[in-house]
Design a protein around this ligand. Structure first.
Ligand code: FEO
Length: 168
């Protein structure tokens, strides 16, 4: 009876390692968006500043969702080291382009964990990750749309472009 009650690790060990990598990637994305928010804040780009502060919070929430999932399923979530954050950008467009590149990397990484979970019959993780697959499709679409705004407003003053960008 005791063995039935004792918390078992439901997720596959190799999938758990990939989930811990994903936690690190989401926390890196959060720190990276914080750097972008600061860059915008220093230039009084109020909409972009608010947008990136919000993005930083959202990425931390993603990391925490995975973190709690790992521990709730008998695994060991690891608090990651976050380093190599770029704080220097050429212009506002490159901030948004870097964001899109970052989101594409996150998507690819989610797919990798998803595929591994499927291969190992780790159904719990596969179902859990479905939310992230949908979320990443929306995130990539959002940043592509924002970069389209830049294309439409090319040559306009930076503050006028910022005023047309969403705060969240
Ligand atoms: Fe959580 Fe936008 O990656």
């Amino acid at each position: 009876m005791e063995t039935i009650i004792r918390k078992q690790m439901i997720i596959h060990p190799e999938v758990m390692d990939l989930l811990n990598n994903q936690i690190a990637l989401e926390m890196h994305a959060s720190a990276s968006y914080l750097a972008m928010a600061s860059w915008c804040d220093q230039r009084e780009l109020v909409n972009s500043k608010a947008f990136f502060y919000k993005q930083a919070e959202e990425e931390r929430e993603h990391a925490m969702k995975i973190f709690e999932f790992v521990n709730d399923n008998g695994g060991a979530a690891i608090s990651p080291e976050v380093h190599s954050i770029n704080n220097d950008f050429d212009d506002l467009r490159s901030v948004y382009e870097t964001s899109l590149e970052q989101e594409i990397n996150v998507t690819q990484s989610i797919f990798k964990v998803f595929k591994k979970a499927r291969k190992e019959d780790d159904f719990v993780t596969e179902i859990f990750l479905q939310w992230f697959v949908t979320e990443q499709a929306e995130e990539e679409d959002k940043f592509r749309s924002l970069i389209d705004i830049f294309d439409l407003m090319e040559g306009m003053p930076l503050k006028m472009i910022d005023e047309r960008l969403p705060k969240e």
